[in-house]
Ligand binder design. Structure first.
Ligand code: PEP
Ligand code: CO
Length: 450
């Protein structure tokens, strides 16, 4: 795709207003780091990004479903092989549930290997009697409540690159090296989930998959010779917020001559930075990766159409994903006019539902949380709107972890506010735990079948 005209370059965003950028204390130190990053190997290959565009093209046509999931914010501290493996396990389990129940392929995209920068609703926060610069993600500063920890440090950009690189390396090893083999579907259940009703339901489904594989063998088809049963295509994504970092990892593809942001396969623009004439849209319009845009409750049909035109003028199916996040009570009415406008204009987009960010509130305990029922209600409203307009509810975009955390209320364990303090580990927004994630997959599968 060559959407970039002669006015675009990887640095042309610098002439536009860029919201939510860190206040780097030392411009020269920042530029030195970015220059160094520009010489480092890309994290992904342009051909992989094109393969994801193609897979998402199937979603845009209603022939596949998108599961995009992972942390709200990755952490430099909670970084281990086990944490990566456990997140992958729960995403693989969800994908199996969705694929088996819906009969269409699930495109798997992690919020992982680069999800280190956060937009904030205010530039400062008050903790006790201290007013400090806000935490902006480990790519920028540290969460510790001290003035020194909150100073943006460009060395963190490099640390984020290296952590993304080793995360991606392990993900590739797991997904191509046998761990994601469909014959291992039983082994993805974590110990703490094993005795739960969701796990029992999952085991049942896993046994049916075993039976199907045995049936194939009995018919003389050899599952061992079908690579797609033993390997998984797993893609990475993050909010491309800190534009200096994204620019530094942008490379011209030698095969096509097009620019790709090689920090991840897919990148998205957040709800707070999608201004049409602003720096993020400028940067995104010129890179050829599949891109997403968050669409909140205030987005008008005209705004959304203008974004479609700016980011996908050639109307390539799979190039643009609209990630709606309106809130459970606003989704059905808010989404329908947008579905109609985009369909009438003939823009081939992937519609996916982020049921997390429109349903966040502060519980009486003071913790940021979301209720499982509201998450489910927004997804239900999303499906209802698509059914009414005759469009394809293409996917879900969720914040989750494989771990046994207590961050979202409700679910089969019926977590209440008093439980949130037990294992609240997120640095940013509350995530579904392993059980809630699996439960959600079954509910979405039911909606897909319905
Ligand atoms: C996020 O995805 O973590 C996020 C900040 O979302 P939004 O831009 O939709 O608020
Ligand atoms: Co979030």
């Amino acid at each position: 795709m060559t959407s970039a005209d002669s006015t675009w370059s990887p640095r042309s965003w610098r002439d536009k207003p860029a919201a939510q950028q860190p206040d780097w204390p030392d411009e020269a130190a920042l530029e030195a780091v970015l220059k160094q990053m520009g010489t480092l190997p890309p994290l992904v290959f342009a051909g992989e990004a094109r393969a994801l565009t193609e897979a998402l093209g199937h979603v845009a046509r209603g022939e596949a479903f998108l599961l995009q999931a992972g942390d709200c914010a990755e952490s430099f501290e909670a970084f281990s092989a086990d944490a990566i493996r456990d997140k992958l396990k729960v995403i693989l389990q969800m994908a199996v549930v969705l694929t088996y129940s819906s009969g269409v392929p699930t495109v798997k995209v992690g919020r992982i290997a680069g999800q280190f920068a956060k937009p904030r609703s205010a530039p400062t926060e008050t903790i006790g009697d201290l007013t400090l610069p806000s935490f902006r993600g480990h790519m920028v500063n540290d969460i510790a409540p001290t003035e020194a920890a909150r100073i943006p440090d460009p060395g963190r950009l490099l640390a984020a690159y290296h952590q993304s690189s080793s995360t991606l390396n392990l993900l590739r090893a797991f997904t191509k090296g046998g761990f994601a083999d469909l014959g291992r579907v039983h082994q993805w259940t974590q110990e703490f989930v094993r005795s739960s009703p969701e796990a029992v339901r999952y085991e049942q489904l896993a046994r049916e998959i075993d039976r199907a594989l045995r049936f194939m063998r009995a018919c003389g088809l050899d599952p061992d010779s079908v690579p797609t049963l033993h390997e998984v295509d797993f893609y990475t994504s993050h909010e491309a917020l800190v534009l200096g970092y994204e620019e530094a990892l942008t490379r011209r593809d030698s095969l096509t001559g097009d620019f790709y942001d090689c920090s991840a396969h897919m990148i998205w623009i957040g709800e707070r930075t999608r201004g049409l004439d602003d720096a993020h849209v400028e940067f995104f319009r010129g890179v050829s990766n599949p891109v997403g845009v968050k669409v909140g409750p205030t987005a008008s049909a005209d705004e959304v159409l203008a974004l479609c035109q700016a980011l996908n003028p050639e109307r390539v199916p799979g190039r643009l994903t609209l990630i709606t996040r309106m809130g459970a009570d606003r989704i059905t009415d808010g989404l329908r006019p947008l579905l109609r406008a985009v369909t009438d204009a003939g823009h081939p987009v992937v519609w996916t539902c982020d049921p997390m960010h429109g349903n966040t509130f502060t519980a009486p305990s003071g913790r940021k949380t979301r209720h499982f029922d509201a998450i489910l209600a927004e997804i239900k409203g999303f499906f209802d709107a698509h059914e009414a307009e005759g469009t394809w509810p293409g996917g879900v975009h969720v914040e989750l972890t494989g771990d046994d955390v207590t961050e979202c209320l409700g679910g089969a364990e019926e977590l209440v506010d008093d439980d949130l303090g037990l294992r609240y580990e997120s640095m940013c927004d509350p995530r579904l735990n392993g059980r809630q994630s699996l439960d959600l997959a079954f509910r979405v599968a039911e909606l897909l079948r319905g």
